[in-house]
Design a protein around this ligand. Structure first.
Ligand SMILES: NC(=O)c1ccc[n+]([C@@H]2O[C@H](COP(=O)([O-])OP(=O)(O)OC[C@H]3O[C@@H](n4cnc5c(N)ncnc54)[C@H](OP(=O)(O)O)[C@@H]3O)[C@@H](O)[C@H]2O)c1
Length: 305
């Protein structure tokens, strides 16, 4: 099969190249990262650690040779400053630049994207439509991974255009599973929502951890004790909720005795509008993701016209 599953497009006379790039289900995929920063390295490390792709099947590019040399030395991959070499060698091209660089990069890559390519984007806010139009290429996957992907405990929400065939979606799933859990969503708006929830989530939870540690310290707990007990309480509670089939509200009720300590603490959180503030924070992040998407649409339209 071709990796994109987008058979028969006659946009450019590249049929010979496309045929030579076809692959069987069992081949290790050739994957290239345009943008070789933090998230690209997280994905590269997942692919290598899980043995999904050997280092000589991974390409990465960015503007700085020192960074390329560092990636070559650490992972043995083929890293350079040449975005087009990445596209030429790869079957899956992962766009991992910052949103503000996207329009320029799409313009640069467009003439070299082949019909058999699959383009995967991890760029916050960037809609599949804008990438498809910027590259003149319909097979696009959009993912929103998060920071715990660094330790293979991440959460990636993803979607794909209809031109990405089911076997190719399975390969995408396999790649994303090297970083932790993944969930496919048919509606792209859920990826914008995920940008706010699981993309922003690690920073919000880290903020919560810091606040809880400070609070424990405020009432006299030592910093080391507070750190360990706060983190274990969060991990244990998350695992308990996961293991339980009960609604999370029932779990709270189960540990809240009338007039007890939990009841007092929850009352103060209600007074401080804790849940409402959290909703406002997630809503602000979601709106920002949509706003960034609108801006990228505009930028790519301008670059193309
Ligand atoms: N970090 C997260 O938790 C997270 C989670 C989900 C999604 N994302 C998304 O992932 C993308 C990358 O984020 P990141 O955290 O990995 O950022 P990052 O570390 O800054 O990586 C971006 C990379 O792109 C390189 N770059 C700049 N201009 C380029 C060009 N013209 N061609 C090729 N490469 C170029 C940068 O090189 P220089 O450093 O030399 O400028 C940098 O290495 C973003 O779009 C973000 O929205 C991030």
């Amino acid at each position: 099969m071709t990796i994109s599953g987008a058979a028969g497009r006659a946009r450019r006379p590249r049929a010979r190249v496309a045929r030579s790039r076809t692959m069987s289900e069992n081949d290790a995929v050739r994957i290239g990262f345009v943008g070789s920063g933090v998230m690209a390295e997280v994905m590269i490390s997942g692919l290598l650690t899980r043995g999904v792709t050997p280092p000589d099947h991974i390409w990465a590019s960015g503007p700085r040779e020192e960074r390329a040399a560092d990636l070559r030395a650490r992972h043995g991959i083929q890293a350079s400053t040449d975005n087009l070499a990445v596209v030429d060698h790869a079957e899956i091209v992962v766009l991992a630049v910052k949103p503000q660089t996207l329009a320029k990069v799409l313009g640069q890559l467009r003439p070299r994207i082949r019909p058999d390519h699959l383009v995967m984007s991890i760029i916050a806010g960037a809609r599949m439509g804008v990438i498809a139009s910027g590259l003149d290429h319909p097979a696009v996957v959009r993912c929103m991974p998060n920071l715990p992907c660094q330790i293979h405990r991440g959460m990636t929400i993803w979607t794909a255009t209809q031109e990405v065939a089911p076997p190719v979606r399975e390969r995408v799933r396999h790649i994303l599973q090297t970083m932790g859990k993944e969930i496919y969503v048919p509606d792209e708006v859920d990826v914008d929502r995920a940008t706010a929830v699981n993309g922003t989530g690690p920073a919000i939870i880290a903020h919560f951890v810091k606040a809880l540690e400070d609070a424990a310290n405020f009432i006299g707990e030592s910093r080391p004790l507070a750190r360990e007990s706060v983190l274990q309480t969060i991990i244990g509670t998350a695992e308990l909720i996961l293991a339980s089939h009960r609604h999370v509200g029932e779990l709270i009720d189960g540990v809240t005795s009338p007039g007890g300590t939990t009841s007092r603490a929850l009352h103060v959180l209600h007074q401080g509008r804790f849940a409402a503030v959290l909703t406002d924070a997630i809503d602000a992040a979601y709106r920002r993701s949509v706003e960034m998407g609108d801006k990228l649409d505009e930028q790519v339209r301008t670059v193309k016209s």
